[in-house]
Unconditional design. Structure first.
Length: 248
C-alpha cells in the first residue's frame, strides 16, 4: 500500500479499525498509516488466529468504545484452519462494518463475503488513499460497492453454488460400494490395491470404477477424484465443466 497525506481539514475522530491479518509487518505498517489519519486501531494479536480468539478481542474493543464507528479490516487467508470469510457475519453481529482487505482474487470467495454482509472488498495492492476514501464512504452511510458490481458477483456466486449442488447430486447416485472405491482412489490406490484391501475381484473393482466415471460424466479417474474433492470442499473451479447427468 502507498502512504497518503491526511485530507486537508478532515477529522476522523470516533472511528476504530480492527486489523485482522496474520502478517505482522502488514498490520504494523497499516496501523501506522491509519493512526496518521486520526483513526484508532486495534490488532487481533492471538497467534495462531482462531475464530473464537478474534471474536473475543473484537467484542472487547467494541465494549471499550461504545460510541465509535467500528470497522474490521479483514484478510481471508488467516491460517490453515481459519478462512476470514467465516468471520464476516460474526463480526457484523458484534457491531463491525467489515472491509475485506486482501490479496485474494477468487471472485467466488469475495462474493461469499458480500453475500454475508461485507461492506466492501479492497485489494491490498491498491493505494492507501483509496482505502481511506472507502472507509469515509462507509462511515458516511453510503455504499462502497456499486449495485451493479454487487449484483454481478452475487449472480456468479449463485451459479457456483448451483454447480456444487449438481455435483453433489451426481455423487449421490453412487452405490455404497462405488463410494468406497472412489474413496480409495482418492487415497492414491490403484485398482489392484483396492481389490486386495476390499477383498473384491479385480473385475468387480474395475466395474465399479467404470460406473463411477459414467455416473459422474467424466472420462478419467483423475477427473472423478477432482470432482469428489470439489464437492467435499464446496468449491467449483471456474472454467471447469459440470458433470453430465447420468441416465439410468
Amino acid at each position: 500500500m502507498l502512504a497518503a497525506r491526511p485530507a486537508a481539514g478532515l477529522k476522523r475522530q470516533g472511528i476504530f479499525a480492527l486489523l485482522i491479518d496474520n502478517h505482522d509487518l502488514v498490520t504494523s505498517s497499516l496501523a501506522s498509516l491509519l493512526h496518521a489519519q486520526s483513526i484508532e486501531v486495534g490488532v487481533a494479536v492471538q497467534r495462531p488466529l482462531s475464530a473464537a480468539g478474534v471474536l473475543a478481542e473484537a467484542d472487547a474493543f467494541v465494549a471499550n468504545r461504545p460510541t465509535f464507528s467500528h470497522f474490521a479490516l479483514l484478510d481471508l487467508n488467516l491460517s490453515a484452519d481459519l478462512d476470514g470469510a467465516d468471520l464476516v457475519s460474526p463480526l457484523m453481529q458484534v457491531g463491525y462494518q467489515v472491509v475485506v482487505l486482501t490479496g485474494v482474487s477468487d471472485r467466488i470467495r469475495l462474493a461469499r463475503c458480500l453475500a454475508d454482509g461485507a461492506a466492501a472488498i479492497f485489494n491490498k495492492t491498491r493505494p492507501f488513499r483509496e482505502l481511506m476514501g472507502m472507509i469515509d464512504t462507509i462511515a458516511a452511510g453510503e455504499c462502497a460497492v456499486s449495485i451493479a458490481e454487487r449484483d454481478l458477483m452475487l449472480r456468479e456466486l449463485q451459479a457456483h453454488l448451483d454447480q456444487v449442488t449438481k455435483l453433489r447430486q451426481s455423487l449421490s447416485h453412487l452405490t455404497a460400494a462405488e463410494g468406497t472405491v472412489l474413496a480409495k482412489l482418492r487415497m492414491g490406490l490403484d485398482a489392484e490395491q483396492i481389490a486386495r484391501e476390499t477383498y473384491l475381484s479385480i473385475h468387480t473393482v474395475r466395474s465399479h470404477i467404470h460406473w463411477i466415471l459414467v455416473k459422474l460424466g467424466v472420462h478419467s479417474q483423475r477427473e472423478a477424484i477432482r470432482l469428489a474433492e470439489a464437492a467435499e470442499r464446496g468449491v467449483w473451479q471456474c472454467g471447469a465443466q459440470p458433470p453430465r447427468p447420468h441416465q439410468p
